[in-house]
Design a protein around this ligand. Structure first.
Ligand code: GLU
Length: 297
């Protein structure tokens, strides 16, 4: 049988999902299922200190009918894959050690220009002597020697997009693998060829595309979907009131009613997802964020 490809939802288990996250998950499910793909769930729990919400997240996804294929994958169990990719990048000269603190970068970046603060290049060409000197003070983080410039791609929702490629951190100076490396390695290793996620991640995509290319991976297709915004116009958050299924249940709203409100916001038929699936057309999705004004529906 031909490989049908796969889509995914990849939450960070740092807290209960709110209905903005659930809406993105629904969209990822619809994109995958409407194209005959498998749909995978990956828990991005590299930051273990904050990884406490997996159970509630899986429960809430299932409650709004977002079902997945196979076992849930956890990044915390995949260290060897990331190390192998990192070793290849190091061997190919595609990394460099960086000793900058956040403050160093903020100061250097504020002196630079451009809307996205990129790594200012401070440690890109250190001499061996400078390196030894820094190492006496703190361990190094490992950054991507990206080559800079831009990458261009066509997004199923955001359209043609071109953005700068950054020398992002691949391994933090405490040894932890960074998100940008893990996401690229996992999508390739899991056979994910369709990435649907919130449009807050659009600026990371050119760098992730470049990193995937350097590692020899085929690029996935992308759909960056508009987020739900709270009443103040900022991305929806806990402070905006009853936003999780638990909060909403306390107000008398069932998970089915929340799912229906989300489907309505996408101009899709309510009820079990089969009907939404039959009506789903990416070209007709709202292109604007959905502003939550205090009541669902
Ligand atoms: N774990 C990331 C988040 O929750 C999403 C990563 C992705 O979809 O690429 O924001």
């Amino acid at each position: 049988m031909e490989n049908p490809g796969a889509g995914r939802f990849a939450p960070s288990p740092s807290g209960e999902l709110h209905f903005g996250n659930l809406r993105t998950a629904l969209l990822a499910w619809l994109f995958a299922r409407s194209t005959g793909r498998r749909f995978l769930l990956r828990v991005e729990d590299l930051d273990r200190v904050r990884a406490r919400a997996e159970e509630s997240q899986l429960r809430d996804l299932a409650a709004v009918d977002v079902t997945w294929d196979g076992e849930v994958v956890r990044q915390s169990e995949r260290g060897e894959l990331y190390t192998a990719a990192l070793d290849r990048l190091v061997a190919d000269g595609r990394t460099f050690e960086c000793f900058c603190t956040r403050r160093d970068i903020a100061e250097a970046a504020s002196a630079a220009h451009g809307p996205v603060p990129l790594y200012p290049g401070t440690c890109r060409e250190l001499s061996e002597e400078e390196r030894q000197e820094h190492l006496r003070e703190r361990p190094a983080a490992l950054r991507f020697r990206s080559g800079g410039g831009t990458e261009r791609f066509t997004d199923a929702v955001a359209g043609d997009h071109e953005g700068p490629v950054d020398d992002v951190v691949l391994r933090r100076n405490d040894g932890a693998v960074a998100y940008n490396l893990a996401v690229v390695v996992d999508d390739a290793a899991q056979g994910i060829d369709q990435v649907v996620r919130g449009d807050d991640l659009l600026p990371s995509t050119p760098t992730q595309l470049r990193l995937g290319r350097v590692l020899g991976f085929a690029p996935p297709s992308y759909a960056h979907v508009p987020l739900v915004l709270g009443p103040t116009g900022k991305r929806l958050a806990k402070r905006d009131g009853a936003v999780t299924l638990t909060d909403l249940a306390a107000e008398g709203l069932t998970a089915g009613a929340v799912r229906d409100a989300l489907l309505r916001s996408l101009a899709l038929p309510e009820g079990p997802l089969e009907q939404a699936l039959a009506a789903f057309d990416p070209a007709r999705l709202p292109r604007e964020p959905w502003v939550f004004t205090g009541t669902l529906g």
